[in-house]
Ligand binder design. Sequence first.
Ligand SMILES: NC(=O)c1ccc[n+]([C@@H]2O[C@H](COP(=O)([O-])OP(=O)(O)OC[C@H]3O[C@@H](n4cnc5c(N)ncnc54)[C@H](OP(=O)(O)O)[C@@H]3O)[C@@H](O)[C@H]2O)c1
Length: 260
Amino acid sequence: MNQLGRPLDSRTALVTGSSRGIGEATARALDEAGARVILTGRTVADLERVASGLGNEPVIIPADLSEAGEGTRLAEAAISMVGCVDVLVNNAGFPIRGAPEELVEAELDRILAVNVRSILMLVAGLGPAMIERGSGSIINVSSVASLRGPIGRVAYTATKGAIDAMTRALAADWGPKGVRVNAVNPGIIKTAMFESRQEDMTDVAQAMARRVALGRLGEPRDVADVIVFLASDAASYVTGQTIAIDGGMVHAMTVQEGSG
Ligand SMILES: NC(=O)c1ccc[n+]([C@@H]2O[C@H](COP(=O)([O-])OP(=O)(O)OC[C@H]3O[C@@H](n4cnc5c(N)ncnc54)[C@H](OP(=O)(O)O)[C@@H]3O)[C@@H](O)[C@H]2O)c1
């Protein structure tokens, strides 16, 4: 493959939640683009399955990001195994659903730990080496939930809103030091997370799916391709952005037959 097809040759990328779904597709796309990928998640068998399909000497570092100290330990392990990490993709995350009046503190602590705290601790652990080299790209996986007010997902939406806000703040802090920070906001992507919502998929969610301007739900690769772009030098003047990858679901208004 020519240089144009491998824009991340000789770079190293850490992708959290790369055992399946969007993270797996991102690991594959980064590997195809030339990067050496560090895979991480809790399910070692799935990480090994993903690693077996990669060509650039992938590294596996299992971690449960709900545990205190795991973000820092993961960052230290990554640096000791590969040196500087050039690209950090903070993808691991999960939703909780339910009415606001049914929120449980322990569940809140867990979703904040995985969806928010782990990102900040990985940034704190891996950022200094990026700053020392004067370059790096951090991509946070948010959600279109942060751009709307989805019903029954207040805690998940809070975590994704925090991701958008920290993306802008971090871009301001580290832009002068050569480190770019962006977020992608997927719409409805066909992964295990999407499958898990099938049983209790509400009328609202089904209506949203019908309103995707491009007329289809997203594939993990749709998100992965934008992440590779943000990781590469092609995006060298892009920072502090939150980019919806939703087929036009949130901002394009598709008018249903019979509506005004
Ligand atoms: N799918 C969608 O429609 C959609 C839409 C908007 C945003 N997103 C966001 O996209 C990201 C990926 O979603 P997905 O659909 O690919 O979900 P998924 O298929 O459920 O995958 C989630 C990944 O996160 C990892 N993970 C979960 N809890 C973890 C923990 N405690 N410690 C370490 N890793 C953990 C999982 O690995 P293990 O289970 O092996 O630990 C898995 O690799 C999430 O941040 C999600 O909020 C998804």
